[in-house]
Unconditional design. Structure first.
Length: 237
């Protein structure tokens, strides 16, 4: 019987070969064989094609249903400008004063001092006219006494005083600055005073508010002046 003698180098080579065989066997046991038993891939299925009815050829007949006809486009209306205002055909109110209930007859005075003044030019100014034969007439003198102490109140309203002396144009015994009437006889006749005495109160509007053949108290003259329609209108403003 023969005995084999192995050197250390041979033994080491044999061991290395065994280790390689063992390692290869272990790897084959862990890694599955992909060539055997693998499930076959499922083939992809395409989506079913929807079925539609064939389209009909378009008709040449126009659509006449009112519900399907689109509304016609409306053009914007042209912008209109407002017409220019016409001038009013109504006549403007006249500046002529209202008709007086008892218009005073016109007269003039002041010719003796070179400044003739007409009653018609004194609109807006109250006037007192005293008619008498002369300044010595007892009714005239009585009237001057009644006016004493009131002239200042009458002058506040701008009253002017005229005297128509039909017979004698002597000096007037009063502190009231009278204006002598140019035609005393004609003025007395116009106021229907043929002889004797009269006093007339004429308002700022030219209305004959009062005429009396008897002397008037100073307060009465002042009341007539203040109660004149034109004067009342000025007071209310």
């Amino acid at each position: 019987m023969s005995h084999f003698h192995f050197t250390k180098g041979a033994i080491a080579g044999v061991l290395s070969g065994l280790l390689l065989v063992i390692a290869a066997s272990a790897q084959n046991a862990v890694t599955p064989d992909t060539t055997q038993g693998a499930p076959a891939p499922v083939p992809a299925q395409s989506a079913p094609t929807p079925k539609f009815a064939p389209l009909s050829e378009p008709s040449a007949t126009p659509i006449t249903s009112p519900d399907l006809i689109p509304p016609p486009t409306q053009e914007a209306a042209p912008e209109q400008t407002a017409p220019a205002p016409r001038a009013s055909s109504k006549p403007k109110p006249s500046a002529t004063p209202a008709i007086l209930a008892n218009a005073a007859t016109d007269f003039s005075g002041g010719g003796n001092v070179g400044h003739s003044i007409k009653l018609s030019s004194l609109r807006g100014t109250p006037v007192m006219l005293v008619i008498a034969p002369s300044p010595k007439n007892h009714l005239f003198r009585s009237q001057m006494s009644q006016l004493r102490g009131y002239y200042e109140k009458l002058a506040v309203h701008g009253m002017l005083c005229f005297a128509a002396l039909t017979s004698d144009s002597g000096r007037i015994p009063s502190n009231i600055p009278f204006i002598l009437v140019n035609d005393p006889v004609g003025t007395a006749a116009a106021y229907d005073v043929k002889q004797g005495f009269a006093i007339a109160v004429i308002g700022p509007d030219g209305n004959l508010d009062c005429i009396s053949t008897k002397p008037l108290p100073g307060q009465r003259v002042l009341d007539l002046l203040q109660n004149n329609a034109s004067m009342q209108t000025q007071i209310r403003r």
